[in-house]
Unconditional design. Structure first.
Length: 302
């Protein structure tokens, strides 16, 4: 029984740690052969409570839960950003096992793209309609790189439910398009997890010093200001966007965008007509750290 972890309330296998997509694919196939529904959480590691909330949801809704940890070079337009992206594999594995993950897998570009003799020959997939505007404007190629690696992750895991956080709102639209085209998995978008201050949890938050984190805590109030304006009847996209920009007008905050979109009818540019639905989206740079966040305006705030 040394391969088992047991208590009076449950008994389960020790979490598997697999080092290649091929091994992970075999494990996922075995789970489906056993009629076990799979919940899948793709991550780039440096896990926090937001990631763990996705793992909890996947455990709750499925018989088996797997997580990928892979910092994807294809989605970093800035090599320096890739170099400094937080990494803590030992902590990640301990957290996942403590939170009931059944299998975690890693890999490298050679393993995800075995048909390519040189990783420089990897052709990225266009992000598609939902990848246009906002993130595309400031991180060209980023969402193409996301779609390219997520396609390989989806192929690895196969039929499943895949869990993504709403903080990366535009990304959730891109991967949902991909899943519809592939016919699997079912994409489940989960609410953003926040600190008590309202700051959205992000792996990049650990890169902020105390002063920078104080500035970062201005992002959520700016989103809430747009929500307040919507609640009082404002529907003009320009005014809603200006409301956020004004709330972010502080030294040390470089606003890349603070705009609204109709989440059901995505447009690359700011809509011209009054909105019936609205998603407020913000991207800022604070020192060397880039943070994004968003909030639905035509719904209540939890």
């Amino acid at each position: 029984m040394d391969m088992l972890q047991c208590s009076m309330s449950y008994c389960r296998l020790v979490m598997l740690h697999l080092n290649s997509p091929a091994e992970a694919k075999r494990w996922c196939t075995e789970q489906r052969d056993l009629q076990k529904a799979i919940g899948f959480v793709p991550t780039m590691g440096a896990l926090h409570k937001g990631h763990l909330s996705l793992v909890a949801k996947a455990r709750q809704e499925n018989a088996a839960c797997c997580v990928s940890i892979f910092i994807n070079p294809l989605q970093f337009e800035d090599p320096e950003d890739f170099k400094v992206y937080p990494r803590d594999t030992e902590s990640d594995l301990a957290l996942l096992e403590a939170h009931g993950c059944d299998m975690v897998f890693m890999g490298n570009l050679d393993q995800f793209f075995p048909e390519v003799s040189n990783i420089d020959e990897i052709e990225t997939l266009p992000a598609g309609h939902h990848g246009s505007g906002l993130e595309e404007r400031f991180r060209p190629g980023h969402l193409d790189g996301v779609r390219t690696i997520v396609e390989r992750l989806f192929r690895t895991v196969g039929g499943s439910r895949a869990y993504f956080g709403e903080k990366d709102f535009q990304q959730t639209l891109v991967v949902s398009d991909l899943a519809r085209e592939m016919g699997y998995p079912e994409v489940v978008v989960c609410p953003t997890v926040r600190e008590d201050s309202g700051l959205a949890l992000s792996s990049r938050n650990v890169l902020l010093d105390a002063d920078e984190k104080s500035r970062a805590q201005l992002i959520y109030p700016a989103l809430c200001a747009a929500h307040d304006a919507w609640s009082t009847g404002e529907r003009n996209p320009k005014i809603l966007s200006a409301t956020m920009a004004n709330a972010l007008d502080y030294d040390g905050l470089m606003v890349e965008y603070a705009e609204v979109r109709d989440p059901d009818h995505w447009t690359p540019k700011l809509p011209a007509a009054p909105l019936q639905r609205a998603q407020a989206l913000i991207a800022v740079r604070i020192g060397s750290v880039r943070l994004i966040d968003n909030l639905r305006l035509d719904q209540g705030i939890d």
